[in-house]
Design a protein around this ligand. Structure first.
Ligand SMILES: Nc1nc2c(ncn2[C@@H]2O[C@H](COP(=O)(O)OP(=O)(O)OP(=O)(O)O)[C@@H](O)[C@H]2O)c(=O)[nH]1
Ligand SMILES: [Mg+2]
Length: 312
């Protein structure tokens, strides 16, 4: 199972339609006898077919979602900040409830079909079954909608591996994604305007014979409750996944230096090792990096060497 492969969750009515259509295709296996004698086993079978189709579909929906307890802390908290966790759990539980209910109803109505003495009995048993089944499915329709909403959110989750991880942070437009593409083999989208990065960009490089994961973490990493989903992902990636943070200063100041310094302070609160990097030094006048040149790297190769030293 991966987050991207959860299958679309359809509307309640769609599942009902599929099940009924499948049942109606079944023409019965009894070829001899009166029309009523042939109809009875056919309707009996159809009840089972509707149950099988619905229960299989509902089971598969549930199975498509991750087992929350098995997720890493990063994904557990990501679920909690991007979705209503309790609502999602309830929605998944409702799938089990519905399967049980449908099986009970099938048993009950198969019995009624067996006891039917004429077409009127048969029809009323059929109608009663369909009515009860529809009502069960309709009762979980809101849950199905929430599962589909959740699927769409989850499908955009980054696939983060358990490797030594370097998070690249800094203000918008400072060159985070550019640095990622220079450090790794990835080819992310880079644009001249800020907030280009709409999902977490991941890249990989081999340093000291170890595969190292780089995460481009956009956003200013303010309080999690005020962030959009990408910023929340970035915040949690730094909190849970980062072994090392590369913080980028952009002295051409698309954002004031004092704000960039304030963000660095915030980043340091994660209590992870931080390396400073100055971007766009090619655009700066000579001497402009003076205050920084001792503390920050300006060359990607030197930066790479420093990261290598920290790889465990
Ligand atoms: N001259 C020069 N331009 C750079 C350098 N690094 C990045 N840029 C440019 O700065 C702009 C922003 O770069 P990105 O890498 O997209 O910046 P980002 O921090 O990922 O931006 P967001 O994703 O919007 O937060 C692009 O036009 C880059 O080409 C650099 O070292 N020198
Ligand atoms: Mg970017």
């Amino acid at each position: 199972m991966t987050f991207q492969s959860i299958k679309q969750v359809e509307k309640a009515q769609t599942y009902l339609d599929i099940a009924i259509k499948r049942a109606l295709k079944h023409e019965g296996t009894k070829k001899k006898g009166t029309p009523f004698e042939k109809a009875k086993p056919r309707e009996h079978d159809r009840i089972g077919i509707i149950r099988d189709v619905l229960c299989t579909k509902l089971y598969e929906i549930g199975k498509g979602f991750p087992v929350f307890d098995e997720l890493s802390d990063f994904y557990k908290e990501l679920l909690r900040v991007t979705l209503d966790y309790d609502k999602l759990k309830k929605a998944l539980a409702s799938l089990n409830w519905a399967q049980k209910k449908i099986s009970e109803l099938a048993r009950e109505h198969k019995k009624r079909i067996k006891q039917a003495k004429n077409f009127t009995d048969l029809d009323s048993a059929k109608k009663a079954y369909l009515g009860r089944i529809s009502s069960v499915i309709k009762q979980i329709s809101k849950n199905l909608e929430y599962l589909e909403h959740s699927r769409r959110v989850i499908k955009d989750y980054p696939v983060i591996k358990q490797l030594f991880t370097v998070c690249i942070s800094g203000f918008p437009n400072v060159g985070k994604t550019t640095l990622l593409s220079k450090l790794t083999t990835s080819t992310p989208e880079i644009k001249e305007y800020a907030f280009t990065t709409k999902s977490l960009n991941l890249g990989y490089a081999k340093l000291k014979n170890e595969k190292v994961q780089f995460i481009d973490t956009p956003g200013t990493l303010n309080r999690p409750d005020k962030m959009n989903n990408i910023e929340k992902q970035a915040y949690l990636a730094v909190k849970y996944q980062a072994d090392l943070i590369v913080y980028i200063f952009d002295l051409t100041e698309p954002y004031p230096l004092k704000d960039q310094k304030r963000l660095l302070k915030r980043i340091k609160q994660f209590k992870k090792p931080v390396i400073l990097y100055l971007s766009k030094t090619d655009l700066l006048e000579q001497g402009a990096t003076k205050d920084f040149s001792k503390k920050a790297f300006t060359s990607v190769d030197e930066l790479k060497k420093e990261i290598s030293k920290k790889v465990k």
